[in-house]
Write a protein that binds this ligand. Sequence first.
Ligand SMILES: Nc1ncnc2c1ncn2[C@@H]1O[C@H](COP(=O)(O)OP(=O)(O)O)[C@@H](O)[C@H]1O
Ligand SMILES: N[C@@H](CCC(=O)OP(=O)(O)O)C(=O)O
Length: 373
Amino acid sequence: MHSVVRHARRIVVKVGSSLVTAEGRGLDHAALSRWAGQIAALTAQGREVVLVSSGAIAEGIARLGWKKRPKAINELQAAAAVGQMGLVQAYESIFRSHDLHAAQVLLTHEDLADRTRYLNARITLRTLLGLNVVPIINENDTVATDEIRLGDNDTLGALVTNLIEADCLIILTDQSGLYTADPRKVPDATLVMDAHAGDPELERMAGGAGSSVGTGGMLTKILAAKRAARSGAHTVICSGREENVLLRLAAGEAIGSQLVARQAPLDARRQWLADHLQLRGSVVLDDGAVRALREDGKSLLPVGVKGVLGEFARGEVVAVVDTDGSEIARGLVNYSASEARRIAGKPSSAIEAALGYMDEPELIHRDNLVMLA
Ligand SMILES: Nc1ncnc2c1ncn2[C@@H]1O[C@H](COP(=O)(O)OP(=O)(O)O)[C@@H](O)[C@H]1O
Ligand SMILES: N[C@@H](CCC(=O)OP(=O)(O)O)C(=O)O
């Protein structure tokens, strides 16, 4: 089997905290040089590469001389602000030695949830790539409160992959890939060499958070692969310590775990809807409405809504759930939560009498709806 990276023109590479900082002992400059050197070679082959690099917090902790990772958010944010300096300084000087410019891009969930900012981020990244600059992306940890946090850079890597419609996402970590169980705990676990991104069996194999400095563990990588597959991107999870790993993958060698995308890519607007991590509310459908959406591709009418949860305004993204509470779709609502409560279960012809006006007959129009299950 050839590597899914072989024909990739646009690639997102994510390196985790455990690798960048050699388990918390400060930045591993030699390792950074090796990856950056390979990225420079990939750009010389005419490929576009975006680097999502973790390590700000771990490097900040090392620079501040702290013995262990603090629990307080403000201390973690302070550490990130200190460590991010070291991270970009290191990459900037290494890329410069390869005659390449690097650019720092710090994002939060809120930036990607807002359609205008999302489109701005996309155009900026595309412009940077067009200028042969290597964007280096991290979460904007110093401003991110719980509500706007992405949480981990595996998720950020997948969101960026979808944002720029990359062909593949390469997640470099401290293990050789996904094993059938956590190799730290189950020594005879075996490497999964190829699988279908989104296969629920993979989620079972990946336990909780892994190393002491990383945040996500393997589960967030598997979910990232599932997310990236929605835009048609394949994911490789492999060891960042493997010699020339990026170049060998690009030459077609299958290394680590290849998680292949099999579904047809969502269009860009539905992709953006699907990539929202936090939603303000949800609407609960009766079984007939679930069937109308799923099987007949219909818009969501108020008549099929049994309940409205949370508070949201017109134009916000809400979850569409079945009676078991499983999210089957999500979309942009035409009515606020309080309006939706007043028209739930009613035919569209009764909207005007209930609200005093009618904007649209649908609660969520089909064009603003993405099916998830
Ligand atoms: N099924 C699995 N296969 C491989 N690693 C796993 C698995 N389940 C849990 N892990 C753990 O996930 C860790 C990698 O996650 P993490 O420390 O967050 O890395 P990173 O900093 O690269 O994001 C591994 O060191 C490993 O202990
Ligand atoms: N933004 C954080 C990264 C957090 C993170 O997701 O780390 P990891 O699980 O190692 O990819 C930092 O730079 O420290």
